[in-house]
Design a protein around this ligand. Structure first.
Ligand code: MG
Length: 329
């Protein structure tokens, strides 16, 4: 508890753990807030809280996830991610060694994504008042001139791309939590998408809208966008990339990969006729080698998503109802 008192033990924790891992010229002066330099352009701010369980999972941990989640939301808005804040709510008795691993993972992921962890907060609550550790990250980025990603820029005929196979994060968390073992282990796709952001900037206004299909998966995000754009979306089931392990496990467990969470994928809508050019650029990078055009925007049915199944039949792909896998991020 004393580590959260604001006194000497708090100071030691901050100096020996957080400051050491995150050091940069914005954090180091230790003011009440970070004083930031911003390049010209519109600024974007995004925030997210991470309550995932377990804290460590194949492909990542809560620290890596907390950086990727906020970085990817900034990228989805068209921003170059620049700065993150981080707030830790720690349960009394949480192992310091685990906290260190998580903080170091955050710092390494921030480094990789080119963002700086510039301000933070640490609170400790009594045993039982939190489940180990919760993290909140907020991020600031700047949108370069000529970039404008919004659902209401969509038009019928626009093409829909997903940057890789869906469902990996959801399955990895579920498998770890339920002790499920597969021949090939399920690994989260947790990754920062800053490079995707830069690749898409090259296409300027031809990229209409981006969103990361996290909680609720691809199906839920497409429904959100269809509703916001007041247009329809049609996806072709057999074009949607799903890994063998995810498909196999979902079939066995009665789950649908289109509703499983992702933490390193993006849905990208591009102007009609530009899909293959964007796809070529994506596939040239190993990270997006399995990107695919999976559908298009329709005039009708407004606000709804249709899925064309293998037999040529069409059905409504609804929004996620209830909880698929709780505390997934
Ligand atoms: Mg998002």
């Amino acid at each position: 508890m004393a580590h959260g008192s604001g006194g000497l033990m708090s100071q030691n924790l901050i100096d020996q753990l957080f400051k050491k891992a995150m050091n940069n010229p914005y954090l180091d002066p230790m003011l009440d807030g970070a004083v930031l330099d911003l390049p010209p352009g519109r600024a974007v701010m995004s925030t997210d809280s991470f309550v995932i369980t377990p804290l460590f999972f194949p492909g990542g941990d809560i620290g890596k996830l907390a950086v990727c989640g906020t970085v990817n939301d900034l990228v989805a808005c068209g921003a170059e991610p620049l700065y993150l804040s981080n707030a830790f709510i720690i349960e009394e008795g949480f192992p310091l060694a685990d906290l260190r691993k998580i903080v170091e993972s955050m710092a390494a992921t921030a480094d990789r994504a080119g963002v700086k962890l510039v301000t933070g907060d640490t609170k400790v609550v009594e045993k039982g008042s939190a489940d180990g550790l919760f993290i909140n990250t907020s991020g600031i980025g700047v949108i370069p001139a000529g970039i404008d990603y919004r659902p209401n820029r969509l038009m019928p005929g626009d093409e829909l791309i997903v940057t890789g196979p869906v469902g990996d994060h959801g399955l990895a968390i579920l498998a770890q939590r339920e002790g499920l073992r597969f021949a090939t282990p399920a690994v989260s796709d947790c990754a920062p998408l800053h490079l995707l952001g830069r690749l898409m900037q090259e296409f300027g206004q031809d990229v209409k809208c981006m969103r990361d299909p996290t909680r609720g998966g691809l199906a839920t995000v497409l429904n959100e966008i269809a509703g916001q754009a007041n247009l329809g979306i049609r996806v072709i089931e057999e074009l949607i990339p799903v890994s063998q392990i995810v498909q196999g496990a979902c079939d066995m467990l009665g789950l649908d990969p289109l509703y499983m969470a992702n933490e390193g994928k993006m849905v990208v809508f591009v102007k009609k006729g530009r899909g293959s050019a964007v796809l070529d650029v994506l596939r040239r990078s190993e990270e997006f080698a399995n990107a695919a055009i999976i559908g298009e925007v329709l005039e009708q049915p407004a606000g709804m998503v249709l899925i064309e199944t293998g037999l040529g039949a069409e059905r409504i792909l609804g929004i996620l109802e209830g909880e698929h896998v709780p505390r997934i991020c």
